[in-house]
Ligand binder design. Structure first.
Ligand SMILES: NC(=O)c1ccc[n+]([C@@H]2O[C@H](COP(=O)([O-])OP(=O)(O)OC[C@H]3O[C@@H](n4cnc5c(N)ncnc54)[C@H](O)[C@@H]3O)[C@@H](O)[C@H]2O)c1
Length: 260
């Protein structure tokens, strides 16, 4: 148990990568608050944690609301006494080019992906400082933090911002024992991608070819990386962008189907 008695908060814990992460953190001994704006799926994750004999609680919140970002930290501390780990994972996708993006779309995607991520980090850092013994933040970035894919302009913008925000946070707070890292997943099989996969089996085949390893990832692949980053094994790791992408970012050859 690498995280015994630590307290973790996972945003977007009701689905996909967030759910898998909440379950893995709990298996490693952490007490976990699962935050989601979907009350059904968020509560399900907390039940799944409890069913594996671990400690988990659901808090319903919309992280695009700044007041909620303060409240989820406060309520976590009220339940478990402190906060040691923030997994800043919740985000939304928008399948639009810039021309099709409306002001309302912009407000929604930047509200969740940027404002939400930023203010969750702010309130976690304030709490870590109060406790005076450091802390850990993992921001969920993406291969789209560095590599654009067509038709998702605003999403790419927010993920690029999260990568640079991770470095800035690490610069400001690593000296206080607060480590801040990002994970950059490749394509992971989650409900976020369900719309793409629903277009037909060819989409998953094409997505697989983008990854040198020849297939897309599973939420647990990312969850395992989160556990590493927040554990003491990563005590010299801060400000890093850890790719968990099956070789998506290793080169252009996989995408072009080039084999030598
Ligand atoms: N799936 C992928 O291929 C992939 C690749 C790279 C990065 N990511 C990133 O990983 C993270 C998780 O993605 P996923 O694929 O598991 O997505 P998902 O859609 O399966 O899960 C996202 C969860 O976040 C919740 N959520 C969204 N907005 C929220 C809000 N305002 N307040 C509270 N909860 C909110 C949703 O209800 C959902 O439970 C995201 O940051 C995503 O950008 C995913």
């Amino acid at each position: 148990m690498r995280l015994k008695d630590r307290v973790a908060l996972v945003t977007g814990g009701g689905s996909g990568i967030g759910r898998a992460t909440a379950l893995r953190l709990a298996q490693e001994g952490a007490k976990v608050t699962v935050v989601d704006w979907n009350a059904t799926t968020g509560a399900e994750t907390a039940q799944m944690i409890q069913a594996q004999g671990c400690d988990g609680t659901f808090i319903e919140a919309d992280i695009s609301k700044v007041a909620d970002t303060e409240r989820i930290v406060r309520e976590t501390v009220a339940i478990y006494g402190e906060l040691n780990i923030l997994v800043n994972n919740a985000a939304v996708m928008l399948e639009k080019t810039v021309v099709d993006t409306t002001e309302e779309d912009w407000e929604r995607i930047t509200g969740v992906n940027l404002r939400g991520t930023f203010f969750c980090a702010k309130h976690a850092v304030i709490q870590f400082r109060r406790q005076g013994k450091g802390g850990n933040i993992v921001n969920m970035a993406s291969v789209n933090s560095f590599f654009a894919e067509g038709g998702i302009a605003a999403y790419c913008l927010t993920k690029g911002g999260i990568a640079q925000f991770t470095r800035a946070l690490a610069m400001d707070h690593s000296g206080e024992g607060i480590r801040v890292n990002a994970i950059c997943p490749g394509w992971i099989e989650t409900p976020m991608n369900a719309k793409f996969f629903a277009l037909g089996p060819h989409i998953k085949e094409q997505a697989a070819r983008l990854h040198a390893i020849g297939h897309i990832g599973q939420p647990e692949d990312v969850a395992n990386a989160v556990v590493y980053l927040v554990s003491d094994e990563a005590s010299f790791v801060t400000g890093s962008m850890l790719t968990v992408d099956g070789g998506f970012s290793a080169g252009l050859a996989p995408a072009m189907g080039i084999v030598v």
